[in-house]
Design a protein. Structure first.
Length: 450
């Protein structure tokens, strides 16, 4: 099958347009303050620094202040903004930063015809608003309080919360919707955005992944897990970590001591455009989104994952199609969060995909920098990978000092980047229940070299 036929089979017309990334914005944990720009994120990731804090458990808080928010978004109507949850605020900040990076003016209507796509996984930010309405007494509440609760409910008690306010901020008339499939959410939306742009539906798409993890919830989940493990040793079989491992140690992806996950929070926004549209307005492009595919392991257990890696292999092969081959991909941004189960199916997948060449593959994870942050993972992984391609350097795996013995790939341990001249890379993200997402990204001239 030739490239034209493969494009048609994937739902993209044969005359499909190239899709490039022109803006990156962040609202992530940093060293004492949030990080907002690509340069700040690169500084942390390229040195393998961890921004996780210990507060009973290790976690990655953003600590966004009102002053930081208002500096970037000074003119939002108070009737709405006072009801914004942390998820709203993180998502709006990363959008504003991405617009600055892409040299797009929100107030001038530069995104008025764009697609606004959000990825959401957790519901922590919505619980307070939900309970406030559920527990309100209609016999004693004042009219003002009732109106406040109503607005807060409409803004927050829905997975589409962030897309709702971003759509209003941009005044977009384009597609606007949310995908919720855990840590694969924003990766799936990148695939949707690519299809829209390649097919001529829109010229620009804004993709935001955002999640908030309540540290109190994490602490109590750890306590509950310990109670369950004492009663049922099968929760952690064969010495492997449980589905929800302990959070009181530092996460170490691909390290022989890896035995836990640390959660983070925050948001990442990427702005995607057709190459022609970006060229006409003189925008800098970081690289291309070439393909995206999602599969599921097909298991009956909704909390399980197939260690064989076959689902991930299927996602990669679907992503590559007949246009690209795996030997064009020397680097993979992995989705390991420190859980041995994740590393197991990644190892098996890489072995199946690369065979004897697996030892030459660089595969790293920067989850140890910012924490396992859920829905932003896809956008963050793509952003970091495009920065690596642009700079010709691969970031190390944060907190990996002693690579696990059973790895078949090179996790780039330590705190220094590894030089690599490459044009294609894959990004992996997953959801509990066996969902696997693969995104293929490339340099600006990757298509010509493929």
């Amino acid at each position: 099958m030739n490239g034209r036929a493969a494009a048609a089979q994937s739902g993209v017309p044969a005359s499909a347009r190239d899709v490039v990334v022109t803006g990156m914005g962040f609202c992530l944990p940093g060293d004492g303050r949030p990080v907002f720009t690509a340069e700040e994120v690169w500084d942390i990731a390229s040195h393998g620094r961890s921004c996780l804090l210990r507060d009973g458990v290790y976690h990655g808080p953003v600590n966004l202040t009102n002053e930081m928010f208002e500096e970037r978004l000074p003119d939002l109507p108070g009737v709405f903004s006072r009801h914004f949850t942390a998820a709203h605020r993180f998502g709006l900040v990363s959008l504003a930063e991405a617009c600055v990076d892409a040299e797009l003016n929100l107030n001038a209507g530069d995104l008025a015809a764009s697609a606004i796509l959000a990825g959401r996984g957790g519901v922590d930010a919505q619980v307070h608003s939900y309970l406030a309405v559920l527990e309100a007494d209609s016999e004693t509440i004042t009219a003002r309080q009732a109106m406040d609760l109503f607005i807060g409910t409409e803004l927050a008690v829905s997975p589409s919360d962030v897309a709702l306010v971003q759509g209003a901020l941009t005044r977009s008339t384009g597609p606007c919707y949310t995908v919720s499939c855990g840590c694969a959410s924003s990766a799936v939306q990148l695939g949707n955005a690519r299809l829209m742009i390649a097919g001529g539906v829109v010229d620009i798409a804004v993709v935001t992944g955002v999640d908030v993890f309540n540290v109190g919830l994490v602490r109590n989940a750890q306590r509950l897990l310990r109670v369950a493990q004492r009663a049922n040793t099968s929760i952690g079989p064969m010495g492997k970590p449980a589905l929800l491992p302990s959070f009181d140690r530092l996460m170490r992806p691909y390290d022989r001591r890896a035995d836990c996950v640390n959660y983070g929070e925050g948001s990442v926004t990427l702005i995607l455009e057709s190459r022609d549209h970006a060229h006409r307005r003189g925008a800098h492009a970081y690289g291309q989104i070439l393909a995206q595919a999602t599969t599921r392991d097909g298991l009956a257990n909704p909390l399980s994952s197939d260690e064989s890696g076959s689902g991930l292999v299927a996602a990669v092969r679907k992503c590559l199609g007949d246009r690209w081959s795996i030997d064009q991909v020397p680097y993979i941004h992995g989705g390991s969060d420190g859980d041995a189960l994740v590393t197991a199916f990644e190892v098996n997948a890489i072995r199946q995909l690369y065979g004897s060449a697996a030892a030459n593959v660089l595969m790293t994870s920067q989850e140890g920098c910012f924490g396992h942050n859920g829905a932003p993972a896809g956008c963050l992984g793509v952003a970091l990978t495009l920065l690596m391609i642009e700079r010709g350097e691969v970031c190390p795996t944060a907190n990996c000092e002693q690579p696990a013995d059973d790895l078949v790939f090179d996790p780039v341990p330590g705190v220094r980047t590894r030089a690599l001249d490459f044009d294609h890379a894959l990004n992996f993200t997953y959801q509990i229940g066996g969902v696997k997402s693969a995104v293929l990204v490339g340099s600006l001239d990757a298509a010509q070299r493929s």
